[in-house]
Design a protein around this ligand. Sequence first.
Ligand SMILES: Cc1cc2nc3c(=O)[nH]c(=O)nc-3n(C[C@H](O)[C@H](O)[C@H](O)COP(=O)(O)OP(=O)(O)OC[C@H]3O[C@@H](n4cnc5c(N)ncnc54)[C@H](O)[C@@H]3O)c2cc1C
Ligand SMILES: NC(=O)c1ccc[n+]([C@@H]2O[C@H](COP(=O)([O-])OP(=O)(O)OC[C@H]3O[C@@H](n4cnc5c(N)ncnc54)[C@H](O)[C@@H]3O)[C@@H](O)[C@H]2O)c1
Length: 454
Amino acid sequence: MEETKHYDVFVIGTGIAGQTAAEVCVKNNLKVGIADNRAFGGTCAIRGCDPKKILLQFTELIHKSQLLIGDGVSKLPKIKWKEVQKFKSSFTDAIPLSTEKKLSNLGIEYYHQSPIFQNDNQVLVEGKLISANTFVIATGMIPRPLKITGNEFLGISDDILNLKKLPKTVTFIGSGYVGMEFACMMATMGSKVTMIEHGSKPLKQFDAFLVDKLVTHLETMGIRFIFNAEVTSVEKLKKNLKVNYLLDGKEKSIKSSKVFNTAGRVPSIELLELEKAHVKFDKSGVLVDDFLQSVSNPHIYACGDVSSKSLPLTPLSGLQGYVVGNNILKANSKKFDVPCIPSTVFTNPKLSSVGYSEEEAQKRFKNIKIYQGDASAWYNAKKENNPVYAYKILVNERTNVIVGAHLLSSEANETINVFSMAIQQKMTVLQFKKQMFTYPSYSSDLKSMLKDTD
Ligand SMILES: Cc1cc2nc3c(=O)[nH]c(=O)nc-3n(C[C@H](O)[C@H](O)[C@H](O)COP(=O)(O)OP(=O)(O)OC[C@H]3O[C@@H](n4cnc5c(N)ncnc54)[C@H](O)[C@@H]3O)c2cc1C
Ligand SMILES: NC(=O)c1ccc[n+]([C@@H]2O[C@H](COP(=O)([O-])OP(=O)(O)OC[C@H]3O[C@@H](n4cnc5c(N)ncnc54)[C@H](O)[C@@H]3O)[C@@H](O)[C@H]2O)c1
């Protein structure tokens, strides 16, 4: 007979969503347990946003220097990749232990295994049968395995982040956020990069006018894009990997020393045996209602990337963890309203977006006004010799309220936050133009983007 244990709340997953939900509950005197089957700390801190940005700051240094060669820069900085990796590891290596310490100090008991549901309110973990009044599923997402021969030769984003040296040639299958960011990083560092995408363009969620400009720029950096292609298999050769694909019905192939699967991520639910707990799920994740409670089992909530109501972004996962914690404490008192959430693809230049896309705004409002332009001749871009700078701002014509902003620039990840606040505050163009910004700065350009041209 297994040892049994009971918790008020048992959380599965120690990423931002799971940690936030657990913390809210334990700070309100509930008995909380948590489990993770990998090192504690989650994707963002160990295998995602944070280590990625550490690596990218070095490639950004190279990119900025490349643009200024002959105008004051005579030689590109020499990046020692081994040292870069060591620096990055000094952040990531510390996360698991500090997370365990934090959980322990809060009085949360933890387990290092994937729990397996036994029934509606019991799991088996580390040989213990654990019951809880409420379970929180916060297991995030994992790369979607490609069902092709040779899938085992493909690397994933974890492998890219830990590369000991940069490959001379590299192919990415899939050109979403992950593929585009790492392709840009490696191309800047001198790798010959090919992107194979089954759609007709990359970054489908982003504004086409800006995506086209980004792609054109990345092509001038040497990245080769192959669109509308279906990868059929990957073969291991003596030195290289060979990717076979179909393009316009013709069989083609490309060789490179590394190939990465960047074709999207799927909810990490396979090991949990959710069927035994009557938890409904589909390809979007655990099906939840507006309170982030399972639609089929009231003992269970889901938050973060794994919930059907998430957009896989760190700030949203944290917010969902907070909502779940509060709904456990105060019987479904907080609905999860999708906030106005900005997002950035960290390429060079960066592509950022907040609020409605042009297509969404067209559907939602009778008339919209579009402020769109190429700002590469503006001072900010020119002082960097940066050939790419563009924008599209959407305004509800009836009310003059700003409803969407899309930016492509070296500082778009910061300036998009200004538009995010404006949209949340339902600012009109006039109110926005009354704001004062520092000069010279990319923020000071934002008002100029809202100038009437006629
Ligand atoms: C390469 C990369 C770069 C990214 N960059 C950004 C960025 O710049 N900005 C941004 O906003 N977002 C970024 N994201 C997305 C962001 O990392 C996620 O949205 C966020 O980490 C999700 O948090 P979470 O808590 O929901 O899940 P996670 O952080 O993934 O945590 C889930 C935890 O559950 C554990 N787990 C999984 N299955 C089980 C199981 N069966 N049993 C027990 N434990 C389990 C995992 O080990 C993990 O620790 C990036 C993602 C990747 C992959
Ligand atoms: N900067 C950020 O905020 C950031 C960075 C990385 C990831 N993320 C989050 O993680 C999520 C996952 O990112 P991702 O890049 O893994 O997925 P994604 O869904 O953004 O992109 C996957 C791409 O692969 C393509 N694809 C799918 N199957 C394919 C196939 N068989 N062959 C060729 N191409 C194929 C898709 O058409 C798409 O363009 C994102 O939605 C994002 O929310 C965010």
